[in-house]
Design a binder for this molecule. Structure first.
Ligand SMILES: CC(C)(COP(=O)(O)OP(=O)(O)OC[C@H]1O[C@@H](n2cnc3c(N)ncnc32)[C@H](O)[C@@H]1OP(=O)(O)O)[C@@H](O)C(=O)NCCC(=O)NCCS
Length: 444
């Protein structure tokens, strides 16, 4: 089978990817926190339409509307000073009715959009709260902490096909109402018996910006400066290292997203809710534009097997056409399959590479390729570093490689330029002068 026979269709690939994710998520609970800054935007109805579509496809949606801006606006309108200590609002008895009005208005806006899409949302008193009391001499008044969520009632509603909505209000056992943080409501839902599969925080931020931050090891930012992926440890480390350098609102979101993962949610996402299609991309592809914190190992490197050959050919095909990789057939790959590793995300191959043992001293790194849409997220570096570790384990002393278009990239992984004469046999004798690849070398 020649590589040219594997014509690819981007649309078919995208559909296949969606099928895979749908299988995985149907019947799962997603907690969706929607910041109120989105509600009055003309694009908000499109976001709700996508969320209702997820609901129709069998994903069980719980919505937590944030009300911070609405509360600020209403307090300002009635000349009530809004006081915050360490980012936490102090709610006095006079402010509480205004807070309730703002929270209800926000939830009503969400309900209205659900109705416009023929979905039924239900609001209720399912958040048990208690007073924050007095801390370090500061009386927080009617600001409360979330004590627990009545998850059994929320579950019953989900079973009935409703979309539960939990505003930022909670009640104590005596029926006293408190103003609670919606991020806390969302993370309490995530810690409940609902077994939440995903926490989505939809705001105006397109994720966590790396600008001005000290990044933990292994964390890379995408070309637009957004950190796309963080393990739980990296997220914790990012928060610890950077403290106030992360704006308060984002720090609050990030720490609650992290907490939800620590409490068992496999993935939490911080996404710009108004960026067209961002929620769908985040859920149904492995290349979302926001920031994902993940508790499970969603990306892994493993040895390739013969089953992978069609996908490997598909991945390399574009680069073979661009002459970035030497042409290889399925038979060529099959003959060396034990040398190949693949970088897999959610069961889909997005990168590959090979280490060919040439002698007891020399190894050759070859066939490094990363899916065009996954580029600049650290996959290429992970693949090459894995192959270098393999070379070390095999006792090899030196590595070589030939490249036409990545000569500027390999030096960041410790490679330096060499000449054809530096190459070991049989690479030197087989060197294709017409192709004129650059020679790169590295000690192991
Ligand atoms: C080279 C390649 C493997 C890099 O993969 P990747 O997953 O994007 O790499 P990483 O995310 O680890 O690194 C990305 C960084 O390298 C830079 N980079 C990517 N490809 C580059 C190239 N060909 N030349 C110079 N720099 C490059 C990116 O701009 C980015 O820079 P930044 O960190 O400053 O933003 C990928 O572009 C590829 O598949 N290229 C075609 C195949 C090829 O040439 N293979 C080598 C022959 S064996």
């Amino acid at each position: 089978m020649g590589a040219h026979t594997l014509g690819t269709s981007a649309i078919a690939n995208a559909i296949r990817e969606v099928f895979g994710y749908l299988d995985r998520y149907r019947g799962n609970v997603f907690v969706v926190k929607i910041e109120d800054s989105l509600l009055d935007n003309p694009l908000f109805p499109l976001l709700i339409r996508d969320i209702v579509q997820l609901h129709r496809l069998g994903i069980r949606i719980v919505i937590v509307p944030g009300a911070r801006n609405a509360i600020d606006a209403i307090l300002g309108k009635y000349g009530h000073e809004s006081k915050c200590v360490n980012g936490i609002r102090l709610t006095d008895d006079q402010a509480m009715p205004l807070v309730m009005l703002a929270s209800m208005t926000v939830s009503q806006k969400v309900l209205a959009q659900l109705s416009a899409n023929s979905a039924t949302g239900v609001m209720g008193n399912w958040v048990r709260a208690r007073s924050m009391g007095v801390l370090k001499g500061v009386d927080y008044g009617r600001t409360g902490r979330v004590e627990k969520i009545k998850a059994d009632v929320v579950k019953e509603l989900l079973d009935e096909g409703y979309i539960p909505i939990l505003p930022n209000l909670g009640w104590n056992k005596l029926g006293q109402i408190y103003n609670v943080n919606s991020n806390e409501v969302a993370s309490a839902l995530c810690a409940s018996s609902l077994e939440v599969a995903k926490f989505l925080d939809l705001g105006l931020e397109g994720g966590v910006s790396a600008e001005g931050l000290e990044l933990p090891e292994g964390v890379v930012a995408g070309p637009e400066g957004i950190i796309h992926e963080l393990t739980v440890d990296q997220a914790r480390n990012l928060l610890e290292r950077n403290g106030d350098a992360i704006p308060f609102a984002m720090r609050d979101i990030l720490s609650h997203a992290l907490k939800s993962c620590e409490n068992g949610v496999p993935r939490a996402h911080v996404v710009n809710g108004l960026h067209e299609g961002s929620v769908l991309e985040e859920i149904f592809s492995s290349r979302g534009g926001g920031t994902m914190i993940y508790a499970n190992d969603f990306a892994s490197i493993r040895p390739a097997s013969t089953h992978d050959i069609p996908e490997l050919l598909k991945l390399m095909e574009a680069y073979m056409r661009m002459e970035a990789l030497v042409p290889r057939t399925a038979e060529d790959i099959a003959a060396k399959i034990a040398d190949f590793i693949v970088f897999e995300v959610d069961g889909r191959i997005q990168g590959c590479g090979a280490l060919h043992r040439l002698s007891d001293e020399w190894g050759e790194i070859a066939a490094i390729a990363v899916d065009q849409e996954t580029k600049s997220r650290g996959a290429g570096s992970r693949i090459v570093n894995t192959l270098i570790s393999q070379a070390k384990r095999q006792g090899l002393k030196r590595l070589c490689l030939l490249t036409t278009q990545a000569g500027d990239w390999f030096p960041r992984l410790g490679f330096r330029f060499g000449t054809v004469d530096d190459l070991p046999e049989p690479i030197r004798s087989n060197y294709n002068r017409q192709r004129n690849s650059r020679v790169m070398l590295r000690e192991v």
